[in-house]
Design a binder for this molecule. Structure first.
Ligand code: FAD
Length: 544
């Protein structure tokens, strides 16, 4: 290994959703030298930037880690795909673009768990600061921020029917899921502008890239955090066949995401001692919470054959429609290519007993057997249901001392009774919507589950047989003050100096919605705290 190749004030591991925000904010003043290490490459693939390209990135090893879970005991021992972005922008470069913050109660709950500074009132300014909301500014929304948030370009008859059917079922319409209330059916907003994806690489990293105090090294896999005692002093990383090291005068910040941040900590000697010792890793800190508490949203996709040729399936399978859609996008940045995964959807309460929505529906105007698979040759669409606040918790554990080997990932979906009950209740609610007259008109056939699948036990069996991730893993480096929490409310790793984790892994509990917006907020707030603490911290120098 070469000695420290270079010295920086901050080293950020991972140029994903959070890492790009941090790189921008920490270099803005020009006072600090920042190194951003990213295992993936540049975001040049054209399908990253065209929202519909989402489907093409599912199986692309060049931009996706393509993880798979361990067999899931409550899902008939199926292994569930776990895509994650491996490219500048991370998962914000390959995600479904939906812009959902979660519910104010999620953040108030974080505060209630002991994390001061994380109530909704505390975090709202960071959501607003991040945002460039197409609809303009108000008490809940911001303009002028780096993250473009836009309406879908045009309504679609199937989405209109879904929203109307929800109303026929007695549920409200909601034109702003990030507004005063989340409940209801409506169109999603997207992290996009002029029909192009707005990843954090686009919104945050691009404007910062030419700053002389920012060094970005892509195709560089961090393999270990380097310590002097219990103080983080740098990062070892691999570039091709070479192993290098970089030194951080002020802090090392992990932003590798929910699977990779705990993996890197464990590889570096922080984690559950039995696991580390079983692999011959010296224990620097006995921290059983690192890699524990993994949460994720499970989605159950209900598939329908459509009576009319108005779905994305029909566009993709007809060269004439494909050409038309391509031209429309090229000329006006409109049409189906400007839409990612979900188009419309809703947040609903499965029972009058819950105070706020406990399930989310993604209404998708195409159908395929599995996520990322070829679209059906007939007109079809999907509505998926996911429980918003699962209680099941799983883990991430390294299986090898080689950082290139994927860790074991096991979300343990449906392992708690309330999760099973809510999924079944959500499927019944979704069926109620689909059976209203506005939607019935478009349904030629309920393909899956079979209409004969009616009882709770049958619906649960369907969820077990077909449920998959909706891509929101969190909480493996959970923030808190209890004995198994990993970071404190300033995102500093407990008991370790000069080391923070700032990404989706720090969520104490997964938010009630899609996770990207909340992680942008976490990084905005994290950057503020890091800059504030920098004034107090005296840089140290290491002689090598
Ligand atoms: C297919 C898919 C669809 C989704 N759809 C939506 C959606 O529509 N709306 C929404 O809000 N959320 C969505 N999400 C979730 C959301 O995008 C993620 O929660 C969020 O991007 C995670 O941010 P992060 O910063 O925690 O991690 P990431 O964005 O995953 O970033 C981690 C980065 O660190 C890099 N890295 C990891 N390990 C190392 C290492 N050892 N060395 C160097 N670099 C490393 C990775 O390559 C990656 O670039 C989706 C996610 C996926 C995968």
């Amino acid at each position: 290994m070469k000695p420290y190749a270079d010295c920086f004030d901050y080293i950020i591991v991972g140029a994903g959703t959070a890492g790009c925000v941090l790189a921008n904010r920490l270099t803005a003043s020009g006072r600090y030298r920042v190194l951003l290490l990213e295992a993936g490459g540049h975001d040049r693939n054209i399908w990253i930037h065209i929202p519909l390209g989402y489907g093409k990135l599912f199986t692309n090893r060049k931009v996706n880690w393509l993880y798979t879970s361990e067999p899931e005991p409550e899902l008939n021992n199926r292994q569930i795909i776990q895509p994650r972005g491996k490219v500048l922008g991370g998962s914000s470069s390959i995600n479904g673009l939906l812009y959902i913050r979660g519910q104010p109660a999620d953040f108030d709950h974080w505060r209630q768990l002991g994390n001061s500074g994380w109530s909704f009132d505390d975090v709202l300014p960071y959501f607003r600061r991040a945002e460039d909301q197409q609809r303009g500014e108000d008490a809940l929304h911001g303009v002028g921020g780096p993250l473009a948030v836009s309406d879908v370009c045009e309504p679609h008859p199937l989405c209109e029917a879904f929203i109307e059917a929800a109303q026929q079922a007695g549920l409200p319409r909601n034109d702003d899921f990030n507004g005063p209330t989340q409940e209801g059916a409506g169109y999603f907003q997207l992290t996009a502008r002029h029909g192009r994806r707005w990843s954090t690489a686009v919104g945050y990293l691009r404007p910062a890239r030419r700053r002389p105090n920012l060094t970005i090294i892509s195709n560089a896999l961090a393999t270990r955090v380097l310590f002097s005692g219990r103080r983080a002093i740098g990062v070892e990383y691999r570039q091709g066949e070479a192993t290098r090291a970089a030194h951080a005068n002020t802090e090392v910040i992990l932003a590798g995401g929910t699977f990779n941040s705990p993996q890197l900590l464990q590889l570096s000697g922080l984690g559950p001692p039995p696991l580390l010792r079983s692999l011959g890793i010296d224990v620097i800190a006995d921290m059983p919470g690192i890699g524990a508490d993994l949460q994720d949203h499970l989605q159950v996709r209900m598939q329908y054959r459509c009576t009319e040729q108005i779905t994305m399936n029909d566009v993709i399978h007809s060269w004439r429609h494909r050409t038309g859609a391509g031209l429309r996008y090229a000329l006006f940045r409109k049409g189906l290519l400007a839409i990612g995964a979900g188009y419309a959807g809703g947040f609903f309460r499965t029972s009058a007993l819950v105070a706020t929505p406990d399930v989310q529906v993604h209404f998708i105007i195409f159908s395929a057997d599995t996520a990322g698979a070829a679209l059906h040759s007939f007109p079809g669409f999907i509505a998926s249901v996911c429980q918003l606040r699962p209680e099941s918790r799983g883990f991430v554990r390294i299986k090898s001392t080689d950082a290139r080997e994927p860790p074991a990932i096991q979300p343990r979906y449906l392992s708690k009774p309330v999760d099973r009950d809510t999924v079944v209740a959500g499927m019944k609610l979704l069926r109620r919507i689909m059976r209203q007259s506005a939607m019935r008109h478009y349904i030629a056939e309920e393909r899956a589950p079979d209409p004969r699948c009616r009882s709770d036990a049958e619906l649960l069996a369907f969820a077990r047989a077909t449920g998959t991730t909706v891509f929101h893993p969190t909480s493996t480096c959970r923030m808190g003050g209890d004995s198994t929490a990993v970071v404190d409310e300033r995102l500093r790793v407990h008991g370790i100096e000069r080391l923070r984790v700032v990404d989706g892994s720090i969520m104490p509990t997964v938010v009630s919605g899609n996770t990207n917006a909340a992680i942008v907020m976490i990084a905005e707030k994290g950057a503020d705290m890091i800059l504030h603490d920098a004034v107090a911290a005296a840089p140290i120098s290491i002689s090598v």
